[in-house]
Design a protein around this ligand. Structure first.
Ligand code: FDM
Ligand code: MG
Length: 227
């Protein structure tokens, strides 16, 4: 037959240490792609926040799923959840959004995702008594990102940007264990990007890389994470 299929969407993840600018950059990427008439949507894990008006207030926004709500209560310290159980909730939150993500990708929409299973593993494995292999298990088989851009900031620069709030995990010693875990999760899909530049410079850099991924995606099958 002579059916011409247009390319699927690309699954692009931004990871990185806190204050590296992931959320800002994800949103700028989606806007820039949409302005160039390239279909793109913003996702973030955990949940999908509703932004009230600006970046400063996003923590007060709600996450849109029941599981996202539970995680939100946990991060805001309104609720304690056992460490293994909350790890599984973060993972369940990705699985519950998987059908929607796949539909968008198959429909040609590119997804720009703020954190993914790598954050899931890096944060839980920074806790006492957890190892990386155990932490990876529940996320095995999720849609494989076509590219992961890891925004790198050296700890001194990150510390200068830091205005750690009261959310769980926002302590420097914990963050440094998280960043070591990220180092162990790097694979062939990762590109480390220097985040120590202005918002605009970093945006231009990322936009070029993201367009490159999108232009080369064709219809290659969507892989399964960690298989
Ligand atoms: N986090 C995020 C986890 O512990 N596990 C996960 O699977 C994910 C996706 O949640 F402290 C943590 C990481 C961070 C918090 O904060 C979410 P942001 O700054 O709103 O992304
Ligand atoms: Mg944060």
């Amino acid at each position: 037959s002579t059916v011409l299929s247009s390319s699927r969407g690309a699954l692009i993840v931004l990871e990185g240490c806190d204050h590296s600018g992931k959320t800002t950059q994800c949103k700028k990427l989606v806007s820039a792609l949409n302005e160039a008439s390239i279909k793109a949507e913003f996702y973030r894990f955990p949940g999908k926040y509703i932004y009230i008006n600006d970046l400063d207030s996003y923590h007060r926004g709600t996450r849109t799923t029941a599981i996202g709500e539970m995680i939100s209560g946990y991060l805001g310290r309104q609720q304690d959840i056992e460490d293994h159980a909350v790890h599984l909730l973060f993972s369940a939150n990705r699985w519950e959004l998987k059908p929607k993500m796949l539909r968008s990708l198959e429909d040609g929409t590119n997804l720009i995702v703020d954190r993914y299973a790598y954050s899931g593993v890096a944060f839980t494995a920074a806790k006492e008594g957890f190892d990386i292999d155990w932490c990876k298990q529940p996320d095995i088989g999720l849609p494989q990102p076509d590219a992961v851009f890891y925004l790198h900031l050296n700890p001194e620069v990150a510390a200068k940007r830091a205005t750690f709030g009261g959310e769980r995990y926002e302590q420097t010693d914990f963050q440094s264990r998280v960043s070591k875990n990220f180092d162990n999760l790097q694979d062939s899909h990762w590109t480390i990007v220097d985040a120590d530049k202005t918002v605009e410079e970093l945006h231009e850099d990322l936009l070029e890389r993201v367009k490159d991924v999108i232009n080369n995606i064709g219809n290659k099958p969507i892989g399964k994470l960690w298989t």
